[in-house]
Design a protein around this ligand. Structure first.
Ligand SMILES: *[C@@H]1O[C@H](CO)[C@@H](O)[C@H](O)[C@H]1NC(C)=O
Ligand SMILES: *[C@@H]1O[C@H](CO)[C@@H](O)[C@H](O)[C@H]1NC(C)=O
Ligand SMILES: *[C@@H]1O[C@H](CO)[C@@H](O)[C@H](O)[C@H]1NC(C)=O
Ligand SMILES: *[C@@H]1O[C@H](CO)[C@@H](O)[C@H](O)[C@H]1NC(C)=O
Ligand SMILES: *[C@@H]1O[C@H](CO)[C@@H](O)[C@H](O)[C@H]1NC(C)=O
Length: 285
């Protein structure tokens, strides 16, 4: 009977008692196959581990091997203007500017003098604070310099807790994005920030005050060695106070950094070294 024949053929294929074959192979044939794959996979695992080991040896925990950050740093403003880069509020409506003051409070709390005194060092101003490794001897962790909140004077939020928003003379804070190893400067002097009107807003921007003086980022805050090597790093800040900006009108402002080695608004990256935003302060009177 064909059916029985098929069945016994199948059974014989699974286990053939005459030739002592399992699934068509003898035990030693199976053994060799297992042995082969065992050796093969152990070899692959070993190769993988070796490659990994060699690769990890070449990495330094404290220094990125590859840096995908822009080498031309951008400027950032606080309070965060939203994507539209607009700061718009009405003097008499507290809730329209309170969030700006709160954002600045939060941002600046890391710069409280007490916090800075605890985390960071008093460095020698006006010179780069170099802490290079000497050969294989790593100089980690690297120290960072104090940037005290009080250095922002009337824009520190300490004497004037609403940063001038309540009387139409608001402060804006600017920082430069971190770039590892960058030594910014302008003819041996510290890099500095200036802000000016865009388009036809020249007569609306009014007088500006900069803190620290001249809007400089002191050289002692550079170079930056990376998050892991320099854990307590505080980016230096520049505050700009608008002393007499025209009310009830849009004023377009652009701030840029002046440093020989930071191109501002090059073809390749038009946001390098500059930031633009709109400021509109309304008053109901
Ligand atoms: C920083 O100082 C402000 C004002 O003195 C205070 O309200 C705030 O709690 C302080 N923040 C930290 C983190 O110490
Ligand atoms: C920052 O403030 C602390 C505490 O008031 C003070 O000891 C330190 O000298 C200040 N640092 C700088 C660089 O002004
Ligand atoms: C970083 O700050 C902590 C305190 O928050 C301090 O104990 C530590 O020594 C600082 N590290 C460096 C490298 O300055
Ligand atoms: C600010 O700039 C003026 C004029 O260029 C200069 O006399 C003064 O020393 C500068 N101040 C600082 C702190 O760099
Ligand atoms: C403020 O700016 C207006 C023009 O927008 C000008 O007439 C006025 O004199 C300025 N006030 C001060 C104190 O500079």
């Amino acid at each position: 009977m064909a059916k029985d024949g098929d069945k016994s053929e199948w059974k014989e294929f699974v286990w053939n008692p005459r030739t002592r074959e399992f699934l068509g192979r003898t035990a030693s044939s199976w053994g060799l196959i297992f042995l082969f794959y065992l050796v093969f996979y152990i070899f692959l695992a070993g190769l993988f581990a070796l490659t990994m080991y060699v690769m990890l040896q070449t990495l330094d925990d404290h220094k990125p091997t590859w840096q995908d950050r822009l080498s031309t740093p951008g400027l950032v403003i606080r309070p965060h203007a939203d994507e539209t880069f607009e700061i718009v509020y009405t003097i008499q409506e507290t809730e329209s500017w309170d969030m700006y003051a709160q954002t600045l409070d939060k941002f600046l709390s890391a710069y409280n003098n007490t916090v800075q005194a605890q985390k960071n060092h008093q460095c020698t101003p006006d010179q780069y604070f170099q802490q290079e490794d000497s050969g294989d001897v790593k100089n980690n962790p690297k120290r960072s310099c104090q940037f005290n909140r009080t250095m922002l004077e009337i824009c520190s939020g300490l004497q004037d807790r609403y940063y001038g928003y309540q009387d139409g003379r608001p402060c804006i804070i600017i920082k430069l994005n971190r770039v590892i190893g960058l030594l910014p400067g302008k003819d041996g002097q510290a890099p500095f920030v200036t802000c000016g009107p865009k388009k036809d807003d020249a007569d609306k921007i009014g007088e500006l005050a900069y803190f620290p003086e001249n809007g400089t980022f002191n050289l002692m805050y550079y170079p930056y060695y990376g998050k892991k090597a320099q854990v307590n790093y505080s980016q230096p800040l520049v505050a700009i106070k608008f002393l007499n900006i025209t009310l009830n009108e849009d004023v377009n402002i652009e701030c840029k950094i002046h440093a020989n080695n930071i191109p501002t608004g090059s073809e390749r990256d038009k946001f390098a070294g500059r930031v633009s935003f709109k400021l509109r302060i309304n008053t109901v009177f």
